[in-house]
Design a protein. Sequence first.
Length: 81
Amino acid sequence: TQANPFETPPSYVAALDVKMQRVNDIRTLVRDSSLSDIKRSELQGAIQAHFKEWLGASGNSRQIFDLSAIERDEMRAANSG
């Protein structure tokens, strides 16, 4: 990827850091929990279902598809070069 020539606003960086810490906290909670493999799988399914529901309701699914296409193209270019 290419470097962004524009500086990211500090408030955006701070908000992103908070969100990333929340994700990491949840991952740690799940990893360190005493959930059985079946319950862990059910939790993963529930999280994915809610995420897909949010994508549909928010209209953000197009951005996900676009990002996936960009990543696929980058992987193809890296593998062919």
